[in-house]
Design a protein around this ligand. Structure first.
Ligand code: PLP
Length: 399
């Protein structure tokens, strides 16, 4: 029998989906399950988005579209990123993909040859490692634990870049930690980046609309505009507009990179569908009241989650300031037992918590940090306090 390509063997099924699946099964079996496991925004886009999609259908050309993205979409994205603080970009700096995940995969194909090095901080979004593995890149993971608020320091970055990696992949606000870098922290990292001209920099900042406490969104190019020739900003409509299923991702970066992604699109996907494009244009250029309201709501939920987790003896939870995740260090539980079930790892902790209390969280090892777990707090508000109370109860019952 013929063999699959080696790169397929390097790809692992998502650990997040494994927990979500188990939670679904328990629910179907009649258990009362509260899911903190999956990172979907849990709201729908405004009516103007659906109206634009319907209107587009009424004069659909049925044709292939632009590999780079329709002009209307590129122009809407240009305006959108200008409002974020990016200036001087043109359509030639932009391209699109079927969600940010696809864009990131295309960037890996465009920037990394087999054996090239990519560095990123842990905790990291699971897919970073998988994409690197699929394209055969070497990974250098910079460990950033709870004791440093899960944030990369300039000296860690300097050490990693001294190895001359081809790509540095950065994520702000962070999935899974909810951490946000301040303007000063971004400027300090940008100082390091300018010293290492051989490395491309990808900033996966798809949670940029969900920043709390007045911190604002910052990018390396705001601090050091000369980095524009190496920085690729990745965005998506998924989390900002409650449109994960619509699958629209976008980049703004050097022309040569935008062109490479466009060429890959011409060979992979050709174009985005017209109706999807119309919806994305409406989301990007229409009223921004829903994302703004959601940001406020998530900040309030963050307060609830942070207070509850911080009150559990031994649990260390750096205070999240963006996205909709918290990432407590729960290693105080290791070596203890719950109702006779021994807990020696994050995976065993999450399995026991789900079984005993019906609360689904994702083990931190899925994100390169096995001392923690991820809580996604996009569930209905009414489930939040009961879910957190069950976690506290679980800890109190450990012996
Ligand atoms: N980047 C990060 C940090 C994410 O958390 C996600 C989705 O969870 C993505 C990218 C992918 O987003 P999209 O839905 O646009 O593919």
């Amino acid at each position: 029998m013929p063999q699959l390509a080696q790169r397929v063997g390097r790809a692992k099924p998502s650990a997040i989906m494994v927990i979500a699946e188990k939670a679904k099964q328990l629910k179907a079996a009649g258990r009362d399950i509260i899911s903190f496991s999956i990172g979907v925004p849990n709201f729908l886009p405004g009516e103007h988005v659906y109206a634009a999609a319907r209107e587009s259908l009424s004069h659909d050309s049925g044709q292939y579209g632009s590999n780079r993205g329709a002009e209307a979409l590129l122009d809407a994205f240009l305006k959108h990123i200008e409002a974020l603080g990016f200036s001087g970009y043109t359509r030639m700096n932009l391209s699109i993909g079927i969600g940010a995940k696809h864009v990131l995969y295309n960037l890996a194909e465009a920037l990394l040859d087999e054996g090239d090095e990519i560095c990123f901080a842990a905790p990291y979004w699971t897919t970073y490692h998988d994409i690197a593995d699929i394209v055969g890149a070497k990974t250098n993971v910079m460990h950033c634990g709870a004791e440093q608020n899960y944030k990369l320091t300039p000296s860690q970055l300097d050490t990693a870049l001294a190895r001359k990696p081809k790509v540095f992949l950065f994520n702000n606000p962070s999935n899974p930690t909810g951490m946000v870098y301040t303007g000063e922290e971004i400027a300090a990292l940008a100082e390091v980046l300018v010293k290492h001209p051989d490395t491309w920099v990808i900033t996966d900042d798809i949670y940029n609309s969900m920043v709390f406490d007045g911190l604002g969104y910052h990018n390396f190019v705001f601090a050091r505009p000369e980095l524009r020739e190496r920085v690729i900003f990745v965005d998506s409509v998924s989390k900002t507009y409650g449109m994960p299923g619509w699958r629209v991702g976008l980049i703004a970066g050097p022309e040569v990179v935008a062109k490479a992604i466009t060429t890959l699109n011409s060979n992979h996907i050709t174009s985005l569908p017209e109706v999807i494009t119309a919806a994305a244009v409406a989301a990007l250029s229409g009223p921004q009241d829903i994302p703004q309201a959601k940001c406020k709501e998530f900040a309030g939920k963050r307060d609830t989650v942070f207070a509850a987790l911080s009150a559990i003896p031994g649990v260390i939870c750096p205070r999240p300031q963006g996205a909709f995740y918290a990432f407590p260090d729960i290693s105080v539980a290791f070596g203890k037992s719950h109702n006779g079930v021994k807990i020696n790892s994050d995976v065993e902790f999450c399995a026991a918590l789900l079984e005993a209390k019906g609360v689904a969280c994702v083990p931190g090892s899925a994100f390169g940090e096995p001392r923690a777990l991820r809580i996604s707090y996009t569930c209905p508000t009414a489930q939040l306090a009961p879910g957190l109370a069950r976690i506290a109860e679980f800890f109190a019952e450990l012996s």
